[in-house]
Design a protein around this ligand. Sequence first.
Ligand SMILES: CC(=O)N[C@H]1[C@@H](OP(=O)(O)OP(=O)(O)OC[C@H]2O[C@@H](n3ccc(=O)[nH]c3=O)[C@H](O)[C@@H]2O)O[C@H](CO)[C@@H](O)[C@@H]1O[C@H](C)C(=O)N[C@@H](C)C(=O)N[C@H](CCC(=O)O)C(=O)O
Ligand SMILES: Nc1ncnc2c1ncn2[C@@H]1O[C@H](COP(=O)(O)OP(=O)(O)OP(=O)(O)O)[C@@H](O)[C@H]1O
Ligand SMILES: N[C@H](CCC[C@H](N)C(=O)O)C(=O)O
Ligand SMILES: [Mg+2]
Length: 490
Amino acid sequence: MKKLNDLTKHLLVKELTNTGDPVITSLEMDSREVEKGSLFFCIKGYTVDGHDFARQAEERGAAALVAERPVNVNIPVVLVKDVKKAMAVMSNVFYDFPTNSFQLVGITGTNGKTTTSHLVEAMFRRASKKTGLVGTMYTKIGDRETEAKNTTPESLVLQKLFMEMREKQVEACAMEVSSHALDLGRTHGCDFNTAVFTNLTKDHLDYHHTMEAYKQAKSLLFSQLGNTYDGNRKTAVLNADDSASKDFMRMTAAQVLTYGIETECDIRAKNVVITPTETTFTLTTPWEERLVTMSLIGKFSVYNALAAAAACLAEGVSIDVIVETLEETKGVAGRFESVDAGQDFAVIVDYAHTPDSLENVLETIQGITEGRVITVVGCGGDRDATKRPEMANIAIQYSNHSIFTSDNPRTEDPQKILGDMTTGLQEKGSYQVIVDRREAIRKAVKEAGDGDVVLIAGKGHETYQDVGDKVLDFDDREEARQAIQMLKEL
Ligand SMILES: CC(=O)N[C@H]1[C@@H](OP(=O)(O)OP(=O)(O)OC[C@H]2O[C@@H](n3ccc(=O)[nH]c3=O)[C@H](O)[C@@H]2O)O[C@H](CO)[C@@H](O)[C@@H]1O[C@H](C)C(=O)N[C@@H](C)C(=O)N[C@H](CCC(=O)O)C(=O)O
Ligand SMILES: Nc1ncnc2c1ncn2[C@@H]1O[C@H](COP(=O)(O)OP(=O)(O)OP(=O)(O)O)[C@@H](O)[C@H]1O
Ligand SMILES: N[C@H](CCC[C@H](N)C(=O)O)C(=O)O
Ligand SMILES: [Mg+2]
């Protein structure tokens, strides 16, 4: 049990009003979740200002508040300069620094975080460790999955989750660290042992505005690593083939392990061969060489495999366990996932929703097919609009036919998003626009012939379509299956 003063003594407090030292029973940043005894953090958000809910929090029984400006309540108010930072510190203290109790691997980068974190978790598991996972699809403690709202949760949610992991005797956790989370300080105070960088390409410019700012946010994972030595090895795992790594290498105090395919580095894949059913390569480390055959397809999958292998080597997992895991893995839902309903062409559902990921996936498909490539793709609403024409150009460049359609238009007009995709297309090629994603998938499946490949990109594992104020059930894999079925019944 903690009292307010136990938490505030770790802070630079500007002022304490309505002095008192109440017992704190929970931490909340949403007034609607406040219960008797909660400490409520007033956060100025992008939409509303949490300070405006101070009275509501008090009425619901909050024991105290943390705020950046005076608020009119009768309970203790801790005034600080930066509530988000105070929240990260206080959450860590409230739950007794949970990340000190297990190995924590943080993974950042534009693409490949979810895949790499699953590989790391699988390697830890195979090494007989009790595992945790934090990421886009869910958070996991052992086998128990919980739905995730954000890829990387707010600090108070995260530290609570880590506390539960410690209680469940988790020994090793793989965690996706988004650039938003780094920028907003959601991971402040997390004791990472290993930090992994996958790659940096265009995304999220709606939030970060420039690539430089986006890169700077990603760099925080490395600049905050290894500045103190607590007896545990600290390692930055960096992609030698991505130019951003040079900067991250300079700014980290941690030891560095590099991985790559093209450039001389510590953990390298040589002789990469990609076939429609498997990828093989020679995994070389400073200590030994192993031949790896895995069912993950594509050069980008080799990068994810190398990143995970390097992270786990840094964490003391044996090379045998690492190779066995890579050879056994079936991949992650919605990432290059095949839909097989007995049709004579291939259907691949993939979460590519950035220009780079779309290009990687289409390059991979081109490399393994003799047939035509038909791509169904859209771009999310209320998200980086600069990637829209780029993704459309890439689709056209690598496909025999492209169908542009909706992908979570959210509050935007779907037609406007599609207009952004098709206006100023530089690539000449066959394409059409079908706003309704179900219709688009049916059309693609109808167009496909023996030996062709239909790529349905952008939504991967998602089971919804976010349109206006509605979240409708929608699953690309299910839709593709139904479309194939309908075709068979014709
Ligand atoms: C840009 C961003 O990160 N926004 C996050 C932010 O929302 P916001 O600033 O709009 O919050 P707000 O609605 O203005 O509310 C401000 C404060 O008032 C509080 N409030 C609000 C209403 C009320 O009645 N009472 C009350 O106390 C809210 O709880 C909050 O503390 O704070 C919310 C509460 O934690 C987050 O859910 C929300 O993430 C939204 C869902 C989001 O879409 N975030 C994306 C951009 C994001 O973070 N993505 C990355 C991954 C991206 C990737 O890798 O592809 C991620 O890590 O998920
Ligand atoms: N290493 C990689 N390099 C480039 N593209 C990749 C890489 N790994 C995966 N991809 C592509 O990116 C898509 C998303 O992969 P994944 O979910 O692992 O990334 P993520 O970084 O977690 O994405 P998000 O930020 O949306 O959570 C995949 O479906 C694939 O198309
Ligand atoms: N984490 C990403 C997911 C995008 C997935 C895509 N289907 C979309 O909705 O744009 C985001 O929120 O930007
Ligand atoms: Mg992810």
